[in-house]
Design a protein around this ligand. Structure first.
Ligand SMILES: Nc1ncnc2c1ncn2[C@@H]1O[C@H](COP(=O)(O)OP(=O)(O)O)[C@@H](O)[C@H]1O
Ligand SMILES: [Mg+2]
Length: 361
């Protein structure tokens, strides 16, 4: 006996009680069963859905197929996607998050769950995020200025003291004071730093940024992490500050790598650098015709639940040796480009997305 018992038609009936759309797929990706919520979401009967290839429901068929294959081959036990779900023969599109999961020794191979993401909910969340970030940055900047002067005094006094000390062994202590004052000074400088929101614009392609991050991560984490590049080659050039975008994307990439290295099971650690284009997307309460999405996706343990609401705030860190400045700086740089960083995270799949409006370069 194997401890598993197949999902039966009877079990599936229980899925009808869920508010989430659930589809059971066979090994060819054909829909074999759909619950009530799924029929409701697509406004189609189970009869018209059963036997249909699931990828045909997705705007990005390719991404779906890629995910489906990864699941079928056992590369991942579960795979999340975000994108457009087509409705009414493609005339209507819903923004959804979907999860594929492999089923073993069951009547069906794969279970697909689909949840609608309401754009205005996302927009509201982002709006709130940005406002909070601005308030925090202001507070920290003020605090930074307050700390700067006494810190200088402290360091100076330690230096004077050191010159007066006759016992060189005691200098160890003044050295600690000076070194720690310098460390604090650096932190304060980094908090005060912004305000310089002038951008050095040039015409770039986002893939130059991606490739640099790829090379840097590759050099740093060569043997430990598989880094996958999944670029949409049709992304047009844009006017941007290359150095700032690079810093933002790198901060996100490094976080992903650091999170992966803390995972216990070191098999199959992977980071995907992905670019996509969104048509007609709401960004910071403005509708944009074209929005670039540059994501970093990792299969690590995920962002700790307690940090979800404040992860972009300065000094918020989940790591013993973290400064908590990486994401707040990245968010600020992207904001200066009229864009936004957002994220989704569950254990096994974390995606940080840089969204940038694409104006003609
Ligand atoms: N990809 C990720 N997976 C899990 N946790 C993450 C990820 N990215 C960021 N975090 C969490 O967010 C925190 C803040 O990140 P950041 O602002 O870069 O500061 P730091 O890296 O110095 O801690 C991290 O300490 C970590 O707890
Ligand atoms: Mg960081």
């Amino acid at each position: 006996m194997n401890g598993f018992s197949p999902v039966t038609f009877q079990d599936c009936k229980a899925f009808d009680l869920l508010a989430t759309a659930v589809f059971m797929l066979d090994q060819d990706g054909m829909i074999r069963w759909v619950n009530n919520a799924g029929q409701h979401l697509l406004e189609r009967s189970s009869r018209s859905l059963e036997g249909l290839a699931a990828w045909r429901l997705f705007e990005d068929e390719h991404a779906f197929e890629h995910a489906f294959e990864a699941i079928l081959n056992g590369e991942f036990s579960s795979f999340g996607l975000m994108g457009g779900l087509l409705k009414n023969q493609g005339q209507e599109k819903l923004l959804v998050s979907a999860t594929l999961q492999r089923l073993y020794q069951q009547a069906w191979c794969v279970i697909l769950e689909v949840r609608e993401i309401e754009q205005h909910t996302l927009a509201e969340r982002n709006e709130r995020l940005i406002k909070e970030l601005e308030i925090h940055q202001e507070t920290f900047r003020n605090l930074g200025h307050e700390v700067k002067n006494p810190l200088g005094g402290l360091r100076g006094a330690a230096q004077l003291l050191e010159m007066e000390l006759s016992d060189p062994a005691l200098q160890e202590y003044t050295q600690v004071i000076i070194a720690e004052a310098d460390r604090l000074q650096e932190l304060v400088d980094r908090l005060i730093r912004p305000g310089q929101d002038n951008l050095f614009l040039s015409v770039i392609n986002i893939h130059e940024v991606c490739e640099r991050v790829y090379a840097l991560l590759k050099a740093e984490y060569r043997d430990d992490i598989t880094i996958v590049r999944d670029y949409d080659a049709s992304v047009p050039n844009m006017k941007a500050d290359m150095a700032k975008l690079l810093q933002a994307y790198l901060n996100i990439g490094r976080n992903a790598a650091q999170s992966l290295l803390s995972v216990k099971n070191k098999d199959k650690l992977s980071i995907t650098l992905r670019t996509r284009i969104l048509n007609r997307h709401l960004l910071l309460n403005k509708m944009h015709r074209l929005v670039l999405v540059a994501s970093v996706i990792d299969n690590g343990a995920g962002v700790p639940e307690a940090l979800h609401d404040r992860i972009f705030h300065p000094l918020v860190t989940g790591r013993a040796d973290g400064t908590g400045l990486g994401l707040s700086l990245a968010q600020e740089y992207v904001r200066q480009h009229g864009g936004l960083i957002e994220f989704d995270s569950v254990p096994g799949k974390t995606e940080f997305r840089i969204l940038l409006p694409l104006e003609a370069a």
